[in-house]
Ligand binder design. Structure first.
Ligand code: ADP
Ligand code: ADP
Length: 227
């Protein structure tokens, strides 16, 4: 479980991006942070893997203060998926997926065979393995981004608008496949979106943020729909 304990982030210059956030993201569930642009979603997400350090408060993972883990060690257990897949342009799809296992010392043959497996898992054909990211559609690139984040088999996944840059038809496919995959894998996921419909579709638990970085409410999808 991930716990935000009265977490505040004030950026240099004075903007309070996140204001005393108290929130729990249960193990094996999808917790969605939703709210308008600028309400502190990305900042909150990045405080989990220490890309951003809280000004005050703590973020705990399974009871351990993240501030006590060196960022590199912490990130080994945390997958990170962003809007524009963040793929390395000069590496093939296969090498992009295998990057993390290779860095972690998995031998080359194993890393590649696992990457091929993940490629299929996210609904891509093996023929795409040798292409470069620019030779894929937007939707395909996002799938590769998800496969890459899964490659190290992290228990925690942080996902920042992963499906927002693709057209609505592809987005719906990606959402459905994501839910199917999560059913199987049961990761602890924090998912950021500005789209309330996406939040209701994907979230087990939905945290609604307001501009100013305050938590407005935490609700189940059914509770939000009933409003
Ligand atoms: P969201 O993801 O909900 O759009 P962000 O977490 O990106 O919100 O931003 C929250 C607030 O913090 C915004 O007002 C934004 O301009 C500000 N902000 C984000 N990153 C920085 C930064 N590196 N330096 C200063 N202000 C920032
Ligand atoms: P979508 O809208 O479904 O995300 P696109 O219309 O961008 O997809 O692409 C459709 C198909 O064309 C995909 O199968 C993709 O692999 C292929 N494709 C797109 N761009 C290129 C490219 N630069 N080189 C080779 N194939 C491409």
């Amino acid at each position: 479980m991930i716990v935000f304990e009265s977490v505040t982030k004030r950026y240099p210059g004075g903007t309070v991006a996140v204001d005393h956030l108290d929130l729990e993201a249960p193990k094996g569930r999808i917790t969605v942070l939703v709210g308008p642009s600028g309400c502190g979603k990305t900042t909150s997400l990045r405080m989990v893997n220490r890309m951003v350090e809280p000004t005050s408060g703590r973020v705990l993972i399974d009871g351990a203060d993240t501030a006590a883990s060196p960022p590199a060690a912490l990130r080994r257990g945390i997958g990170y998926v962003i809007q524009h897949s963040g793929l390395l342009p000069h590496r093939t799809v296969l090498d992009n997926i295998a990057t993390v296992p290779l860095l972690l010392g998995t031998d080359r043959r194993r890393a590649r065979s696992r990457a091929m497996e993940l490629l299929e898992r996210v609904g891509l054909t093996p023929a795409l393995a040798k292409r470069y990211p620019a030779q894929l559609s937007g939707g395909q690139q996002q799938r590769v981004g998800v496969a890459r984040a899964l490659a190290a088999d992290p228990p925690v996944m942080l996902m920042d608008e992963p499906f927002s840059a693709v057209d609505p038809v592809v987005r719906e496919q990606l959402q459905n496949e994501f839910l199917r995959l999560q059913e199987e894998l049961g990761k602890t996921i924090v998912f950021v979106t500005h789209d309330i419909d996406e939040a209701i579709k994907l979230g087990d638990r939905i945290a609604v943020l307001r501009v100013g970085g305050r938590l407005a409410q935490v609700a189940s999808p059914a509770e939000l729909l009933a409003r």
